[in-house]
Design a protein around this ligand. Structure first.
Ligand SMILES: Nc1nc2c(ncn2[C@@H]2O[C@H](COP(=O)(O)OP(=O)(O)OP(=O)(O)O)[C@@H](O)[C@H]2O)c(=O)[nH]1
Ligand SMILES: [Mg+2]
Length: 210
C-alpha cells in the first residue's frame, strides 16, 4: 500500500498547486481566488524512491456549521482520516491567520503525523519570515514554493521517511551526539534562570543577552 498524504489548509494557500507539483500533473485547478477546490481529489506521485498518493482538499474551516463550508470541512476530515501524514499548508507571505490556528488546533486534537509547510516561500529569508508559524505548536516549519518547485523533495522525505519500515534502519546506530540548544529572548525575561535550572546550577550570569 502506498502511503497517503493529505494536503490541508485554509483557502488560497496553494494546496492545489502543491498537489500538481507532487503528482507532476496539472490535474488540480489553480486560481487566484479562495474556495476553488471544494471536494477531495486523489492523485499518485513519485519523488526518487518515494511513491505515494496525494489528496487535495478545499479550504478548511474546522468549525464550519452550515452550508458549503460544512460540507467542505467533512471532505477534509475524510481526507485526514485516510491520510498517513497530513501536510498542513500555510501561506508564508500572508503569515499566521486565525483560521490557521483553528486548523492547527483540530490537527493537534486528531494527533495524526503532521508536517507544517509554509508555501510561497520563494525568495524569502527563511528564519525570519516563517518563524512565526512555530506558534501553531506543530513543530518545524518547512519552507517550500509549490509554484517554483522549491523544497518539494525534502517535504516528501520529511513526510515519508518516518513511515519507512524499521528494517531499513536496522543497521543505524542510535545518535547519541550532544544536542546544542540556544536560548534567545529579550533582556531580563529569565533566560539565564532557565539555563541554570536545566543545568541544576546556582544563579550566575551566562553569556550575553540577545
Ligand atoms: N508566489 C507564489 N504563489 C503561489 C505558490 N503556490 C501557489 N501560488 C498561487 O496561490 C494562488 C492559490 O493557489 P491554489 O493552488 O489554487 O490554492 P488552494 O489552496 O488550492 O486554494 P483553494 O482551492 O481555493 O483552497 C494561485 O494564484 C497560485 O498561483 C507559490 O509557491 N508561490
Ligand atoms: Mg485548491
Amino acid at each position: 500500500m502506498k502511503p497517503v498524504l493529505a494536503l490541508v489548509g485554509r483557502p488560497n494557500v496553494g494546496k492545489s498547486t502543491l498537489f500538481n507539483r507532487l503528482t507532476k500533473s496539472r490535474d488540480a485547478i489553480v486560481a487566484d481566488f479562495a474556495g476553488l477546490t471544494r471536494d477531495r481529489h486523489y492523485g499518485q506521485g513519485r519523488q526518487g524512491r518515494y511513491e505515494y498518493i496525494v489528496i487535495d482538499t478545499g479550504g478548511f474551516e474546522p468549525d464550519a456549521h452550515d452550508g458549503i463550508y460544512k460540507e467542505m470541512a467533512k471532505q477534509t476530515q475524510q481526507a485526514v482520516a485516510e491520510a498517513d501524514v497530513v501536510v498542513f499548508v500555510v501561506d508564508a507571505r500572508a503569515g499566521v491567520s486565525a483560521q490557521d490556528h483553528d486548523i492547527a488546533k483540530y490537527l493537534r486534537r486528531i494527533g495524526k503525523p503532521c508536517l507544517l509547510v509554509a508555501n510561497k516561500a520563494e525568495g524569502m529569508r527563511e528564519g525570519v519570515q516563517i518563524s512565526e508559524f512555530y506558534e501553531l505548536g506543530l513543530g518545524d516549519v518547512i519552507p517550500v514554493s509549490a509554484a517554483h518547485g522549491q523544497g518539494i523533495r525534502s517535504l516528501v522525505e520529511l513526510a515519508l521517511d518516518p513511515l519507512l519500515l524499521p528494517e531499513e534502519d536496522a543497521d543505524a546506530e542510535p545518535d547519541l551526539s550532544v544536542v546544542k540548544l540556544a536560548v534567545a529572548g529579550r533582556p531580563n525575561v529569565g533566560k539565564s534562570t532557565l539555563i541554570n535550572t536545566w543545568l541544576g546550577e546556582h544563579p550566575r550570569r551566562h553569556h550575553g543577552s540577545l
